[in-house]
Ligand binder design. Structure first.
Ligand code: GLC
Length: 451
């Protein structure tokens, strides 16, 4: 049993016992856990803090190594790293259970860029801790803004993300292409030709294009890229208008539905990031949509595509430009922690320029500290952090601010609708009409056409 499953089971049992005793069931209302909080500096008292961290790719190993570096400097502190489910909605579900129980089991949460608005009430204001303002000032202002709710810094950025197109340099050359695709149509044609050729040469497992098609947050990211690059907007606009029901959005979804079973395996409808990466890294795909983390793993010694690929911006649709969805993760300190000061110190250490540099070099995880994009060691390890800098700074945000605290519900309605189109259950126009009504019910916003 995974450790978080065990903890969850214990939490559930505790809350059942509490209700059985007639005590009030914990609600989601925040209760600052300051009574038991220590104010002692990290070095004077034996303290354990636990981080709920991601485990996609190398994330867990990198986090554990960083935790060890903190412990080496602070012998009285034990930093435990708890791995959490890969899929964003599953991870959110786990976090919500901890919050519901006001659990002090987890002190630091790795939170998605889309969550500050939905989850702010459960976190402390990091600005009250030494060094936070200085570190925040070294970060991209837009990311700090995203982590600022009612003037409080509720998460310190750890790494940022943007969707990229991975392509096989060797295969493009073999099939006579001198450049990667600039449009989705070109991508389709190249993927088909390479797929046909590789299969004829004996690799029946070969596919043209792999991406994230499972019904989860990753699909929201991919679909936003298809739609925005086609001029179909961002589901809900920053000024709180529902814009998803438009012909360019529907056209983009029909395009992607046409890939399933032709240039992408039927199984892509169950793919998350790691499924796509595994197929790609085994050498069985010409193109892949994924985040930067797949770069260092793809170039590792055990990878079949080592030295045989590169990354470029995702292709353009009707809008004439590609779109990369903005992703990324922050570290937030729980209000229910018994040691928020130590937890804040750990979080700020993990998010420091020195630590971000290690993560960038070893894990191709994009820094949020701006100066690292000029760091020669970082650029040597991950050259595209320099060449694709504009992609990272212009990435398209999901409508989490405009729909907070209901973003997760918005995204869930969206990816379910998209998944039904990809599966062939509904046509895109009908699905988007229905989605618009559902979003109106949920949010009470008006509809508009995208700008
Ligand atoms: C990546 C992104 C995150 C996004 C997730 C979707 O982890 O950083 O923002 O929500 O992928 O699967």
């Amino acid at each position: 049993m995974k450790r978080w499953n065990l903890i969850l089971a214990l939490l559930l049992i505790t809350s059942m016992l509490l209700s059985a005793c007639g005590k009030p069931t914990p609600t989601a209302t925040p209760a600052p856990a300051t009574e038991e909080a220590t104010t002692a500096p990290a070095t004077e008292e034996k303290v354990t803090v636990t981080i709920a961290a991601g485990a996609v790719g190398q994330e867990l190993e990198l986090a554990k190594a960083a935790a060890q570096r903190y412990m080496d400097k602070h012998p009285n502190v034990t930093v435990k790293v708890l791995d959490t489910p890969d899929l964003v909605q599953d991870r959110l579900g786990l976090y919500l259970q901890f919050f519901q129980a006001k659990s002090s089991e987890v002190d630091i949460y790795q939170i998605d860029v889309i969550w500050p608005g939905d989850l702010a009430e459960h976190f402390v204001d990091l600005y009250q801790y030494p060094g936070a303002k200085e570190l925040a000032a070294q970060n991209f202002p837009a990311i700090i803004k995203n982590n600022t709710v009612d003037g409080k810094l509720i998460g310190i950025p750890w790494f940022t993300d943007a969707g990229l197109l991975y392509y096989r340099t060797d295969l493009l050359k073999k099939y006579g292409y001198d450049a990667p695709p600039k449009t989705w149509d070109e991508l389709h044609d190249m993927a088909k030709k390479i797929q046909d050729g590789e299969r004829a040469a004996g690799n029946q497992d070969f596919w043209g294009y792999v991406w994230q098609g499972n019904a989860y947050e990753g699909l929201t990211c991919d679909a936003l890229e298809w739609i925005d690059s086609n001029g179909g907007g961002t589901i809900v606009s920053p000024d709180k208008k529902i814009t998803i029901n438009n012909k360019y959005a529907a056209e983009a979804l029909d395009m992607a539905a046409g890939w399933v079973g032709t240039i992408s395996p039927e199984g892509v409808l169950g793919f998350a990031e790691e499924d796509a990466r595994n197929m790609w890294q085994a050498g069985n795909a010409a193109f892949m949509r994924n985040w930067p983390y797949a770069y260092s793993l793809g170039n590792a010694d055990d990878s079949a595509v080592k030295g045989k690929f590169d990354v470029v911006p995702l292709p353009a649709g009707r809008a004439g430009h590609g779109a990369a969805t903005l992703g990324g993760w922050q570290l937030a300190v729980s209000k229910y922690s018994k040691h928020p000061d130590v937890a804040a110190d750990v979080a700020l250490f993990l998010a420091s320029p020195e630590e971000q540099k290690i993560r960038a070099i070893q894990g191709s995880l994009n820094p949020t500290v701006m100066s690292l994009y000029q760091d020669p060691d970082v650029l040597k390890a991950v050259p595209f952090f320099g060449s694709l800098y504009d992609v990272f700074t212009n990435a398209v945000a999901r409508p989490s601010t405009a729909t907070a605290p209901k973003y997760n519900d918005v995204s869930t309605l969206f990816f379910k609708a998209v998944h039904s189109v990809l599966s062939g259950d509904t046509d895109a126009q009908t699905a988007m009409e229905e989605l618009e009504l559902d979003l109106q019910d949920l949010l009470g916003y008006e509809s508009a056409t995208p700008e």
